[in-house]
Design a protein around this ligand. Structure first.
Ligand SMILES: NC(=O)c1ccc[n+]([C@@H]2O[C@H](COP(=O)([O-])OP(=O)(O)OC[C@H]3O[C@@H](n4cnc5c(N)ncnc54)[C@H](O)[C@@H]3O)[C@@H](O)[C@H]2O)c1
Ligand SMILES: O=C(O)CC[C@@H](O)C(=O)O
Length: 385
């Protein structure tokens, strides 16, 4: 099978590919699977053989999910695999805002070796006084893998933490410290917090959620941290609010030409997940997930289909990506039994508009069945394994 790589995928993950079955690289053509990090695949044409795209990371706004679903391509990500790395950098960002370390270090570097450095430092250090995080209020928007870790760590810094996430998962809620205050509305979080950190996916609903209206509700001198996606923040509104003295800093992992040299903006070059540890975690999860899917049809951590796992039985497995429409199981089983093939085992699960069925059958001779199933209107892709 052919796996096309975009971006640098950790060799620790790639080493898990079985050499006899897989060929991988950046120059692979007609891939069965794609592994990608931040490369934008939104406008890419995909080949018919392509069955899976795995985003080795969390955000999937660089994938055309709707178009993939219609083409029967399963999209995956690796939830939580880089969350610790991002959490740590969020605190670096918070500290860079609280204490003017960056400007102070720049100033120190202007001193000459033959200066009386220690005397000058002691005399001038009062120019670089900052605040402590302890006792300050941190608001976290989005309590997923990263938001939870940031919230829990902030408590150890002595911060008072407010969290907002109307869609929080049960797993996530279990991991969140009881000491985190539950903000019922964004307004509550905005009016209370000195630091506001955004950890939600970028979507049509969340685009520009931090805009001038939101900023107007925030406390004066607030620091806004964005380690999620540039598009979540209306950058012009933030830059204007910094100029007006309303916002102290905007710390972002997503710089661009418009904000690069703006006053009060602290730009980090998308380093949130750039640690060997998280690159390895993401790559290992991505390779495990794509291999189990391409070889067995099992799905774990897809963003357009639910988790589906079935132990192998019978002589062959038929996997079917279809619309979540009425009468699909009846049509599938009828088509198979019309060919005199017995079904050993079957699983069907759906997620929103799409569904996935795996059928284990007692015959290896399934080419005709696959062809007939492919002709059914709501079926988007059929593969025999
Ligand atoms: N800087 C980096 O390198 C880096 C690394 C990893 C992730 N990210 C970004 O961070 C985002 C979050 O990552 P994660 O791993 O925590 O994802 P996650 O899916 O575990 O968590 C996202 C959380 O946001 C919540 N949410 C969604 N819409 C919301 C809304 N309108 N208001 C409040 N909460 C909302 C969800 O319920 C979920 O709990 C990713 O989507 C990605 O864009 C950036
Ligand atoms: O791969 C990276 O370096 C960044 C990943 C990050 O943006 C994510 O969404 O997981």
């Amino acid at each position: 099978m052919n796996i096309k790589l975009y971006n640098k995928i950790s060799p620790k993950g790639l080493a898990l590919f079985d050499d006899e079955t897989y060929r991988f690289g950046e120059d692979v053509v007609n891939p069965d699977g794609i592994l990608v990090r931040s490369a934008k695949l939104n406008d890419m044409e995909f080949n018919d053989e392509l069955r899976a795209i795995v985003r080795a990371g969390a955000g999937v706004n660089n994938l055309p999910i709707d178009r993939c679903s219609e083409a029967g391509i399963v999209c995956f990500n690796t939830p939580g695999a880089n969350a610790n790395a991002v959490k740590e950098l969020v605190f670096a960002g918070m500290l860079l805002s609280a204490r003017p370390v960056y400007n102070a270090m720049n100033w120190v570097s202007t001193l000459a070796e033959n200066d009386d450095v220690s005397t000058i430092v002691e005399k001038e250090k009062s120019n670089f006084v900052g605040n402590e995080l302890r006792g300050k209020k941190l608001g976290i928007i989005g309590l997923g893998a990263i938001g939870i870790k940031v919230a829990n760590l902030a408590l150890h810094f002595g911060m008072e933490v407010y969290g907002y996430d109307p869609y929080i998962s049960i797993d996530a809620a279990w991991q969140l410290s009881r000491k985190v205050h539950y903000a019922k509305t964004l307004e509550e979080l905005y009016e209370k917090c000195d630091y506001i950190s955004v950890h939600v996916p970028l979507s049509d609903k969340t685009k520009n959620m931090i805009n001038s209206e939101a900023i107007a509700k925030m406390k004066d001198n607030v620091c806004i941290l964005n380690f999620a996606r540039g598009g979540l923040v209306d950058e012009k509104a933030v830059v204007d609010a910094i100029e007006a003295g309303k916002v102290k800093n905007y710390v972002t992992d997503f710089p661009n030409g418009d904000i690069l040299h703006a006053k009060g903006v602290i730009c980090i070059p998308h380093l949130g997940a750039s640690t060997p540890e998280s690159e390895e975690n993401c790559a290992i999860m991505a390779v495990d997930q794509i291999q189990d899917f391409l070889e067995n049809g099992n799905i774990l951590h897809s963003v357009n289909l639910p988790n589906v796992h079935m132990d192998r039985s019978g002589e062959a497995r038929i996997t079917i990506f279809h619309r979540n429409a009425p009468n699909m199981i009846a049509q599938i089983t009828q088509t198979i039994s019309d060919k005199g093939i017995n079904i050993e085992n079957l699983i069907n699960k759906s997620k929103n508009d799409y569904a996935y069925t795996m059928v284990d059958v007692n015959s290896k001779d399934v080419d005709d069945v696959v062809k007939e199933l492919s002709l059914i209107d709501a079926i988007l892709k059929v593969v025999a394994l």
